[in-house]
Design a binder for this molecule. Structure first.
Ligand code: FDA
Length: 388
């Protein structure tokens, strides 16, 4: 006889949610994590307030080799379903912007809700327990300080982001071991970095933040852009970083909604004696205006329409070529992962290995910034928890 009905490896958002759901069905569930505490990424998320879902979450907010894969899980356990649980636990919340829901108090409230849910569902939680190996002889056999046997195995070990917090490539190794495909992984939702020649003049802007549009290919996001000592960050940049590919460009529009050329021309007619940076500072932070006029001499009246047009383009179509990103050290998520082609979208089970499920970030489904990644963890965890 098996020791357990279900073993879940990884006590993050997805693993805890799946374990709760399976436990509620009366399954004997063991949840294992090598970390000392469960839900560490939840605890630090959203600046300590956890952006626990996005009320508008839909398949269009996710990147995956198969953009339709997430539809089933997201439909069956929605952002409103998760919100209902948050409210049932008396956790106060607010919408910050763009449908992003945060705790009023602390992210720890979400962790406490989940650990309480585990206890209520009778789940056995073993922390500080590294998994040495996984095998199968009818049952799944997990070597973790002794052999543990179960009929179902749920892999919820997340991606490679923030190795300092215990992220490993373990889930990918298990996928490979059982013959599943992998979509190449790369850091997502991550600050972008620049070559020294591009970075040097930008360094004076470190700390400047502006509401802009960052675009990479067809993806465009209107949110804050932040200049840093290393390059660019802020929500708009993190969003496009998931779409940007090495060697490619990004475009910044720093005064979206403004016809900058028309406004500069009007300023030239009305007050031609002002410096161009003074005119630009009506639309942009002063330091940024100063940066963009570097190399221009004279006042506004001295600048030809051609010059004004070039200046306007620098404001609303500033083309930049990042050299890379800050990598997994600071990336909020890992793009790519277990290929959805080998998984059932309703149960998150491996088609070729009955009883083996992959959920959460380890799967090739990655959300935008704004609560989407946790919603995928809840939805995919819920779906696996109904059948494991
Ligand atoms: P998660 O990484 O949460 O959990 C995996 C678990 O597996 C960990 O507990 C780990 O210790 C364990 N594990 C790994 N390898 C193991 C092994 N070999 N053996 C045993 N255990 C192992 N998203 C969002 O929607 N809103 C937000 O506000 C934020 N904010 C945010 C801030 C920061 C700084 C980061 C880094 C990320 C976010 N995210 C986010 C993203 C979000 O945290 C992430 O998508 C989810 O935590 C993924 O949940 P999982 O359960 O799949 O993995």
């Amino acid at each position: 006889m098996s020791d357990w009905d279900v073993i879940v490896i990884g006590a993050g958002a997805a693993g805890m949610f799946a374990a709760i759901e399976a436990g509620r069905r009366g399954r004997r569930v063991l949840l294992i994590d090598h970390a000392k505490a469960p839900g560490e990424k939840i605890r630090i998320s959203g600046g300590g307030r956890c952006n626990f879902t996005n009320i508008h979450a839909g398949p269009g907010n996710f990147l995956s080799a198969n953009p339709r894969f997430a539809v089933s899980a997201l439909k069956r356990f929605t952002a409103r379903d998760f919100l209902a649980r948050v409210e049932a636990h008396g956790i106060a919340w607010h919408e910050k912007t763009l449908g992003q829901l945060f705790c009023d108090g602390s992210a720890r409230e979400i962790v406490t809700m989940l650990t309480g849910g585990l206890a209520e569902a009778g789940v056995t939680l073993r922390l500080g327990t590294p998994v040495e190996a996984v095998g199968r002889d009818g049952d799944f056999v997990v070597q973790a300080g002794g052999a543990q046997r179960a009929q179902s195995l749920v892999i919820a070990t997340g991606g490679k982001s923030i190795p300092k917090m215990g992220a490993t490539g373990f889930g990918y190794d298990i996928a490979r071991q059982f013959g599943l495909g992998l979509v190449e992984t790369r850091p997502g939702l991550v600050p972008l970095t620049f070559a020294e020649q591009e970075l040097a003049p930008m360094k004076a802007l470190a700390g400047v933040s502006v509401q802009g549009v960052a675009a990479s290919g067809k993806a465009r996001f209107e949110e804050a852009v932040l200049f840093t000592h290393r390059g660019l960050s802020g929500p708009a940049i993190l969003q496009v970083s998931s779409f940007w590919r090495e060697g490619g460009e990004i475009t910044l529009s720093l005064a979206p909604g403004h016809d900058v050329f028309a406004e500069l021309k009007a300023q030239k007619a009305a007050a031609g004696r002002q410096a161009p940076q003074t005119a630009l500072a009506r639309l942009l932070p002063k330091a940024l205006a100063q940066h963009l006029v570097a190399g221009l001499t004279g006042n506004l009246a001295d600048l030809s329409d051609k010059r004004l047009r070039t200046l306007a383009e620098a404001v609303n179509a500033w083309r930049l070529r990042p050299v890379g990103s800050e990598g997994y050290r600071t990336a909020e998520v890992t793009l790519g992962g277990v290929d959805t082609a080998g998984l059932d979208s309703r149960t998150l089970a491996a088609r070729a290995v009955p009883g083996l499920h992959f959920i959460g970030e380890v799967v090739d489904v990655t959300g935008w910034l704004g609560g989407y990644n946790f919603q995928w963890a809840w939805s995919s965890g819920w779906a696996a928890g109904q059948v494991a």
